[in-house]
Design a binder for this molecule. Structure first.
Ligand code: ZN
Length: 417
């Protein structure tokens, strides 16, 4: 029964990783909003860029699935555990930490070539990257260090719970995981983000005044808006809302400030404020906790089943060598949940778009911002509907323009400033 379930999971993962192939067949037609605001060259460039990104998603997914399957269905994971035990025979906890560190390093090395191609070679080929190879590698090394620092103690704690509370580790693991999620969201703006970017209050005083006036109208306590020196890495424009409590903040890419007109920047800010007023970060955390609880429960069931079977080369359900199987369960559940996660995210983005229009009453600037960003970031202007369903965290460009046009048709002219 369970082996059929596992087989079904793997098949589902592989089928989803082939999504670009079946979605390509149903490639989107060009909506009238796109024909009105973009040139055929814009369309072709966006499609060429994004087509490759879809395939890279598929390749990355297939690669991870294959690596995990290889660890699980051969003695590879058990051999790695034996190696870790030989390196630290007297200290089981250290051996566990070594095993997890080796697993993490192997994963980094395995995904490095694809990551280099996607994040450096291709970004340069499309004129988007401003990074040198050395700078890219430094980013990658920093990311790997952060992963190691997080994953080794957390993985060790998880497997400690497996051993200490066999059959009862679910609740403590879920509590621990939830606390880590909240802590990471709260601390990343001040601890992790500054490792990659210089983040400082917005320097342009006119923009700052606009921000404060906008925040006052939105009724949210924004005293400062930040800018990140994204231009050291990319020509893409963006902005994001991050943090919790005292670290809650809106951050603009410097590329957005320099490339867009002030009214369009204001629209982007109003969108981020929409996320703020709708409490999307807290809602996102709550949904993550629900998903995590379900995933941990499934992981526990699979480990309990596999631990008793010789074909998995495990010494029992609490064996650290079962970690790849546990990760496979989380990975496949995450894949299966992608359409739901994307739909929820698109719903949040629509709410933020609507809030930005209501706050600024400036649909013309909204459309300008949308068109500028889509052109700069090489968006797929007519994405296949199946890929929107699976992967799109934001509504497609045409839908957002349509929303602004509908708003413009039914509302008063912009608020005068
Ligand atoms: Zn958003």
């Amino acid at each position: 029964m369970m082996s059929r379930w596992l087989f079904a999971c793997l098949s589902l993962g592989l089928a989803l990783s082939a999504a670009p192939a079946w979605a390509g067949a149903a490639s989107g037609t060009v909506p009238p909003e796109i024909a009105a605001h973009f040139t055929p060259e814009d369309l072709a460039r966006g499609r060429a860029y994004m087509d490759g990104r879809y395939w890279l998603f598929a390749a990355g997914t297939a690669l991870r699935l294959a690596a995990l399957a290889c660890l699980i269905f051969t003695p590879a994971s058990a051999s790695l555990r034996n190696l870790a035990v030989r390196l630290s025979p007297a200290h089981p906890a250290v051996a566990v930490a070594i095993y997890i560190a080796l697993l993490e390093l192997a994963s980094e090395l395995l995904t490095l070539p694809l990551g280099y191609y996607a994040g450096f070679v291709r970004e340069h080929a499309f004129g988007l990257s401003t990074q040198t190879g050395g700078a890219w590698l430094l980013d990658r090394a920093k990311g790997a260090m952060i992963s190691l620092i997080l994953v080794v103690p957390l993985g060790s704690l998880l497997t400690l719970l497996w051993r200490r509370y066999p059959g009862r580790w679910l609740l403590p693991a879920w509590t621990l995981g939830g606390a880590i999620v909240v802590l990471l969201v709260a601390l990343s703006p001040v601890v992790i983000d500054p490792l990659f970017n210089t983040i400082r209050p917005v320097q342009d005083s006119a923009l700052r005044q606009r921000v404060l006036a906008l925040a006052q109208r939105a009724g949210i306590p924004v005293e400062e808006v930040y800018e990140a020196d994204a231009s050291r890495r990319t020509r893409k424009g963006n902005a994001y809302f991050t943090g919790l409590g005292a670290t809650k903040r809106i951050v603009l890419y410097d590329t957005l400030i320099t490339q867009s007109d002030p009214e369009a920047v204001e629209l982007v800010l109003a969108h981020e404020m929409g996320h703020w007023t709708h409490a999307h970060i807290w809602k996102g955390i709550a949904l993550t906790l629900v998903g995590m609880g379900f995933a941990l429960w499934c992981g526990a069931r699979v480990l309990a089943w596999a631990g008793a079977r010789r074909s998995f080369h495990l010494a029992g359900p609490a064996d650290v060598a079962g970690l790849p199987l546990f990760l496979l369960v989380l990975f496949v559940l995450n894949l299966a949940g992608l359409p739901l996660q994307s739909a929820i995210s698109r719903h949040f983005e629509r709410q933020a778009d609507q809030a930005s229009l209501e706050l600024t009453k400036n649909p013309a600037a909204f459309i300008r911002a949308e068109v500028d960003l889509a052109r700069t970031n090489l968006a797929d202007l007519a994405p296949p509907p199946a890929l929107v369903w699976l992967l799109y965290t934001h509504p497609p460009v045409a839908e957002r323009i349509r929303m602004a046009e509908a708003f413009g048709a039914t509302s008063a002219p912009p608020v005068s400033r």
